[in-house]
Write a protein that binds this ligand. Structure first.
Ligand code: KIV
Length: 307
């Protein structure tokens, strides 16, 4: 569980005031969280995008609260000093307030995150306000909201015309008014995102929302290209090609196993002389039980040292 986290919502607001860019990335498990923390991110998001990039679904809709809790917990173990936000998954904050707060409680108590994110604008402002009143920081999320992809008619750019721009601005203001500590702007035109950022006191975190936001968030698997069926997206820059590297490594392994090259001399453990003979009743070796026991102990020691 986080104890010495580097950031909190007050520091975030200060970063916005000072114009210091905020770097956020998603993480879904222990190793990705550790790598991101060591790389110096300001904030981690356990995004329900895990549905797409980790669980193999074609949207975020099937992701459950249990999935989010499970993944949040491993992220929290990997990034003990980083501020962690987790997504409230599809339809877990549109019923009763009791149900919403139960979900929030599970993410915080079982998932060990510091804040939650909810998709939606003015229509969820009362819910956001109630969660904030309960003492939990909330990150808003407007623009393209993947949980409503079927209603939005696909993954479309938001804020292209004046009516849409006004709606986005009103949503952002409603979230600020409700006490959200920041707002994610997803797939929003650059001009509109920059204007919203100017008009808000709280930071905006953009993904496909241009250069005028207070910070940026990218999906871990996009930024390091950690997949085989990678699809280019205009708003993503791939900073590393981990997918190709990992695949080449596994191909090398398969080739060496099939070619009898792995394991080699340096990867194996030897038994004491005579141990094999003792399996066939060779009296000159140590009493069977003792010899096998000693070999087991030695192997365990070597395996321990190798780890
Ligand atoms: O789930 C997610 O990864 C997100 C980001 C795209 C902001 O919500």
């Amino acid at each position: 569980m986080a104890s010495k986290q580097a950031l909190n919502i007050l520091k975030l607001k200060k970063m916005k005031r000072k114009g210091e860019p905020i770097a956020m990335v998603t993480a879904y498990d222990y190793p990705s969280a550790r790598l991101a923390e060591e790389a110096g991110v300001d904030m981690l998001l356990v995004g329900d995008s895990l549905g797409n990039v980790v669980l193999g679904y074609d949207s975020t809709i099937p992701v459950t609260l249990d999935d989010m809790v499970y993944h949040s917990r491993s992220v929290a173990r990997g990034a003990e000093h980083t501020f962690i936000v987790a997504d409230m998954p599809f339809m877990t904050y549109h019923g009763s307030l009791d149900e919403t707060l139960r979900g929030v409680r599970r993410l915080m108590q079982e998932g060990h995150v510091h804040a939650v994110k909810m998709e939606g604008g003015a229509e969820i402002a009362d819910t956001v306000a109630a969660v904030v009143r309960a003492g939990v920081p909330v990150l808003g999320h407007i623009g393209l909201t993947p949980q409503s992809v079927n209603q939005l008619g696909g993954y479309r750019i938001q804020g292209k015309d004046a009516k849409d721009a006004r709606r986005l601005l009103e949503d952002a203001k409603a979230l600020q008014e409700a006490g959200a500590f920041g707002v994610v702007l997803e797939l929003v035109t650059e001009e509109v995102a920059a204007e919203i950022t100017k008009l808000l006191e709280i930071p905006t975190i953009g993904i496909g929302a241009g250069r005028g936001c207070s910070g940026q968030v990218l999906v871990f698997h996009d930024l390091v290209k950690y997949t085989d069926n990678y699809r280019e997206k205009r708003f993503v820059k791939t900073f590393a090609d981990a997918g190709s590297l990992i695949k080449a490594g596994i191909e090398g392994y398969v080739k060496e196993v099939k070619g009898g090259l792995f394991p080699a001399e340096q990867h194996v453990f030897g038994a004491e002389e005579g141990v094999v003979g003792s399996l066939y009743g060779n009296k000159e070796s140590k009493p069977e039980q003792e010899a096998v026991q000693q070999t087991d102990n030695e192997a365990e020691r070597k395996v321990g040292a190798a780890r």
